[in-house]
Design a protein around this ligand. Structure first.
Ligand code: SAM
Ligand code: SF4
Length: 354
């Protein structure tokens, strides 16, 4: 059965019929009301960070959660067990900066041991990865995505308001050495800041077997003004890179990957373009987010949330939490409302995790 895009009717998606036997119905992987299978959970471990990237956090006015507000490790594991029972298979740890989370290595080990979880990745600024790559790999972390917006140490320091590019490279090397491959690097491209480096950044893929992903600035709370002026479309980036290297080859598109992937002909690495603003990929969205204080955040660019922490702290068991998670999945909106001018107002990116 096909469902239509509720606004345009133009984007059909496949609806997978749930199995009808009541015992099996309970254990059917969660699908949202548009028929999308939702099996990827991005978990924010903290809202704190050791950088202050210009497109993510404002310099003043950010209120951090007091530690008791965060899900404890035991509470988080309970929620993730319930998520796995609801059909979530892939976990990405994010933040704020996930490597700042207390006992991060033990936490990764405990998540890896949850039946049903097949893959754990992390999005990190890599400042602490030099020392953590070996223990994280041993604990079961499969891969990392590292944010790196500039190859110029001075500009990198400016864009991240204090980050050390040397430390980031040391982290990337450490992750590569322990085999967390393929390494994916992310750059948020901001007009007038780092857009002049796009060709240089793309050229890394001609030397290394990495995937370099360019992300359009999204208008989250605290940086919406910058997004208005700074957004530079993926189409423009592709044009600039093409002008330098010649036509790019489309490369093995995974429908649930938001990145449109290409390769510079002959390059060992790949390029990815994430165009949430100018070319949304909502029709194939397979993900939800869990905030550090235990709210299911249903769409990155909308405010809708469902609180799990209250249930956990009032003694709910795994089955009850699983039902809440399934409920959250069923309430997932079709997509974001940027084209209609609906902006998220509740949280900044550092409070959701990207
Ligand atoms: N601290 C980690 C890092 O920077 O990789 C993880 C958290 S960060 C919020 C997750 C991702 O969100 C990063 O790739 C970052 O570049 C991206 N990001 C932050 N603010 C953004 C914005 N306004 N628009 C698009 N991407 C953004
Ligand atoms: Fe921190 Fe990541 Fe946000 Fe930069 S993008 S301020 S590293 S959370």
């Amino acid at each position: 059965m096909l469902l239509e895009h509720p606004m345009t009717g133009a984007v059909p998606i496949t609806f997978i019929e749930p199995r009808r036997h009541p015992m099996h119905a309970h254990k059917t992987p969660a699908h949202d009301s548009y028929g999308r299978r939702i099996d990827y959970l991005r978990v924010s471990l903290t809202d704190r960070c050791n950088m202050r990237c210009v497109y993510c956090m404002p310099t003043v006015g950010v209120q951090f959660l007091p530690r008791p507000e965060l899900l404890s490790n035991d509470e988080l594991i309970l929620v993730l067990r319930a998520a796995a029972a609801a059909g979530f298979r892939k976990i990405r740890l994010t933040g704020g900066e996930p490597t700042l989370r207390h006992e991060i290595v033990d936490l990764v080990r405990a998540i890896k041991a949850i039946p049903g979880i097949e893959h754990i990745a992390m999005t990190t600024n890599a400042l602490r990865l030099r020392h953590l790559a070996v223990p994280l790999k041993e604990a079961g972390l499969d891969r990392v995505n590292v944010s790196i917006d500039s190859l110029d140490p001075q500009k990198f320091r400016q864009m991240t308001r204090g980050g050390s590019l040397d430390d980031v490279w040391a982290g990337v090397r450490a992750a590569d050495e322990v085999g967390m491959r393929p390494i994916k690097l992310n750059a948020v491209v901001v007009r007038g800041m780092n857009d002049d480096e796009v060709v240089r950044l793309a050229a890394l893929t001609t030397q290394y077997p990495w995937e370099f992903r360019f992300i359009e600035v999204m208008p989250l709370t605290g940086v919406a003004g910058l997004a208005e002026e700074g957004v530079i479309s993926s189409a423009e980036l592709v044009a600039r890179i093409t002008a330098h290297f010649g036509p790019l080859e489309p490369y093995g598109q995974d429908p649930s990957d938001p990145a449109r992937r290409y390769r510079i002909p002959g390059a060992p690495g790949k390029l990815g373009f994430i165009s949430a603003v100018t070319d949304p990929f909502c029709a194939t969205c397979n993900r939800m987010r869990l905030t550090a204080e235990g709210r299911m955040h249903l769409c990155l660019l909308r405010d809708d949330e469902l609180d799990l922490r209250a249930a956990v702290r009032s003694g709910a068991g795994q089955d009850e939490i699983e039902q809440l998670i399934r409920n959250a999945v069923s309430l997932k909106p079709w997509g974001h409302g940027l084209p209609e001018g609906v902006l998220p107002t509740l949280r900044g990116m550092s409070q959701i995790g990207g």
